[in-house]
Design a protein around this ligand. Sequence first.
Ligand SMILES: Nc1ncnc2c1ncn2[C@@H]1O[C@H](COP(=O)(O)OP(=O)(O)O[C@H]2O[C@H](CO)[C@@H](O)[C@H](O)[C@H]2O)[C@@H](O)[C@H]1O
Length: 487
Amino acid sequence: MYIVMITPECAPIAKVGGLGDVVQGLSNELSIRGNTVELILPKYDCMRYERIWGLEKTYSDLWVPYHDQWIPCDVYFGFAEGLKCFFIESHNGFFQRGTYYGQPDDPQRFAFFCKAALEFMLRSNKYPEIIHCHDWQTGLVPVLLFEQYKYLGMTHPRVCYTLHNMRHQGVTGGHILQQVGLDPAAYMTPERLLDHTYPHGVNLMKGGIVFSNFITTVSPRYLDEIRYTDQGYGLQHTLYLHEQKLGGILNGVDYKVWNPDIDPHIAARYNLKTLDKKYQNKTALRHRLWLRDEYKPIVAVISRLDPQKGVELIRHALFYCLANGCQFVLLGASASNSINADFWYLKQYLNDDPDCHLEIGYDENLAHQIYAGADMLIVPSIYEPCGLTQMIAMKYGTVPIVRHVGGLADTVFDANYAHKPYHERNGFVFNDFNHEGIEAALHRAIGLWYEYPQYSRELMENGMRYDFSWNHPGQHYLNIYHHIREA
Ligand SMILES: Nc1ncnc2c1ncn2[C@@H]1O[C@H](COP(=O)(O)OP(=O)(O)O[C@H]2O[C@H](CO)[C@@H](O)[C@H](O)[C@H]2O)[C@@H](O)[C@H]1O
């Protein structure tokens, strides 16, 4: 099958968070299964160009109709760790901002990207069977495809649209529709793109839901949460109207990237049979982060420091762990200046503590070393569409401690309370989003580590035995592609 992913991120070249990992992992899996997969991304100036191989200009006269003008663009081609990628460079500077997101004109930037991606496919005679889009940034792709480009000859593609995070829906003014050549009066209706909260708002994610042939969420439980609770952030009714084309597919983890048996970033490689070597990584992590060598578990956090991730509970867990015989390591960065400032302050405050290290920033290499060296990883999210860190942690024999939401609830099964046989239990889970909730889970986890090391080790091994690879999700996505192609 010929599949084109239109996406704002792809790891490792343009990754802000888990979306980038998913695009990379799923594309790899689809390619391994013999499909032709191509990606279209914006050509951000801040991409990791050293990880792109053979980058060259392949198409230079792409004129994109936008806002009563024609914007000249160039298209580059290169391989991102083996994946075929096209990068759209617009001459109006939309992607020369030194950052991926967080600009006041983000809706315009990505609306333009959707239009440019389709214009490029049309002009270069690309007729994939499936277009797969991700999150609000690409919500306009199916709208433009079925309302404009179909009439220009793109009659074949069917669109699969994946929701990674309903919190961000790309709500903006009606002018955006005009800019991409759609009549606002015709599209700003409740059953199309009109936002449910802002009377004159356009909701780009809603456009993706209404116009795509199939919509997936990144875990089955998150699908239920967005349909039946306020996690739908106002789109519950739209999802209800389109329920016949919804599916929840648990993300996979790319075991070519996240696998302690072959990981080039860690001090000692290991697997289930050589698990003792994990402790060499613990020592290496301590040395790297100036932590003392003591008989203590290392509790870790690797996360975007977004309110979604339960920043307040992360902070609380830090002090609880330090007071209860643990070492604590955090790797995180935030798009919010105030959250970053809080954590910088904490870092200074704890600077001389030999049991604690906070690394504020983004560091791929250190992330691998923390997964390999830590004993436990906490994910106390308010909501979590899927969550990759707990699945990666398990592959590295690091026991997850998570809140019972979204994909976390689909993947982590409590050591004491899960309705699962003992050999399928793999972590610690708590419900209540408050100090008592996380303390109760930490208390059990730390207690087990000190008092019953053999059971603690069983939990590690149980987690490592789980298969969270892209194998199953890859097949599910192919089934969906076949289904919508034939419908
Ligand atoms: N400071 C840092 N340095 C280095 N690496 C860092 C880092 N902070 C985070 N990472 C890495 O980024 C990824 C984050 O994965 P998450 O599942 O937490 O994604 P995120 O919330 O961004 O994405 C959304 O999309 C994904 C994919 O669908 C969903 O799993 C998730 O629930 C949803 O919120 C992991 O690979 C992690 O190791």
